[in-house]
Design a protein. Structure first.
Length: 160
């Protein structure tokens, strides 16, 4: 068992899917590697996979909160962290997150020393790691969603 914050790029290359576990330490989130792939869902997991920036650059990304059935949920709630070549990790905040001004698309682009339009959209492909139709397992993360939801709409979408 490892702390999610202690995982490095090499850990995701070795074991791309990590499942959250019950932990007695309330200040840390622990994970363990998933050995049998593909998984049926990523609800309680994160996956470290190659992602592609708009300019074609491949980086290792960590994806969470993926829903293989509802692309609208992915558009608003999919989480992404990106490893830079030096091993540093950036956690991208979505527009409705409390820290979006500090960890949004512009800050990710700065972290990568690239313009926003060269970074976004970021493409991902979870086929081979998550069971399902390839069309539902491939997608893109835009700098801005097609529609911005109000706080009430975000809550309603998250808790149907």
């Amino acid at each position: 068992m490892s702390s999610i914050e202690s995982l490095a790029r090499e850990d995701y290359v070795k074991s791309p899917v990590w499942r959250f576990t019950k932990s007695r330490a309330e200040d840390e989130m622990h994970v363990r590697p998933v050995r049998r792939l593909p998984v049926s869902r990523l609800g309680d997991c994160v996956a470290g996979i190659p992602v592609h920036l708009a300019n074609g650059t491949e980086l290792l990304g960590v994806i969470g909160h993926f829903d293989p059935v509802n692309p609208r949920l992915n558009e608003h709630f999919l989480s992404l962290s990106l490893f830079r070549a030096d091993g540093r990790l950036f956690h991208l905040a979505r527009y409705h997150d409390f820290d979006a001004a500090e960890r949004g698309p512009a800050q990710l682009a700065d972290f990568l020393s690239l313009p926003v339009e060269v970074v976004f959209p970021i493409s991902y492909d979870l086929s081979g790691i998550v069971a399902g139709s390839p069309e539902t397992l491939r997608g893109q993360i835009a700098a801005e969603p097609r529609e911005r939801l109000t706080r009430a709409e975000v809550i309603a979408l998250a808790v149907p």
